[in-house]
Design a protein around this ligand. Structure first.
Ligand code: S3P
Length: 170
């Protein structure tokens, strides 16, 4: 059983991934952390050194590296579903769950987060909101290929377990 959490930067994939994994007593995998460990470099450094395409290749490789690992909850990077047929691969490997979130909430979370995100650095607040709106339009067709969807805002663990209890058969 593999559950992939899908969605834009700041939608809460890592936060909820940890909570859900602890609830079901399974391993939590953060795809970005896995890439950082494999490269021994931070995500911003990987972007700096290899460019976005180099990062996307490593992201794809990291995804392939967990294809035989069972009983995991995976928080994917916001762009992971949109490159290299990763969305099809995740749908083939397990269950995909899209956490949808409004642009204004995403902006707030990205702004207040400690995570360094190369794609959205150095923007003013207005520019950031505009970028998120435009970027989401491009990414939505990929996110919408997820098997399940929930809307971020007032989420509770019960919203996830309602969907996942029937699926998770440990
Ligand atoms: C990215 C999202 C980031 C990280 C990288 C690129 C993206 O992950 O993979 O900075 O393209 O949306 P989070 O969604 O966890 O911030």
């Amino acid at each position: 059983m593999k559950i992939f959490l899908i969605g834009y930067m700041g939608c809460g994939k890592s936060r909820w991934g940890k909570i859900i994994a602890a609830h079901y007593g399974v391993r939590f995998v953060d795809l970005d952390t896995l890439i950082e460990e494999r490269e021994n470099l931070t995500i911003p450094k990987i972007f700096e050194k290899f460019g976005e395409s180099g990062f996307r290749q490593r992201e794809h490789d990291a995804l392939k590296s967990i294809s035989n690992t069972e009983n995991i909850i995976v928080a994917t990077g916001g762009g992971a579903p949109c490159f290299n047929n990763n969305m099809e691969e995740m749908n083939r490997l397990g269950v995909t769950l899209f956490i949808e979130c409004s642009p204004s909430l995403l902006r707030e979370r990205i702004t207040n987060s400690d995570t360094e995100r190369p794609l959205v650095k150095n923007f003013s607040q207005d520019e950031l909101l505009d970028y998120i709106k435009r970027h989401l339009k491009i990414r939505m067709p990929f996110y919408e290929k997820s098997q399940y969807k929930m809307v971020s805002g007032n989420l509770e663990l019960g919203d996830f377990t309602t969907i996942l209890d029937p699926i998770i058969n440990l």
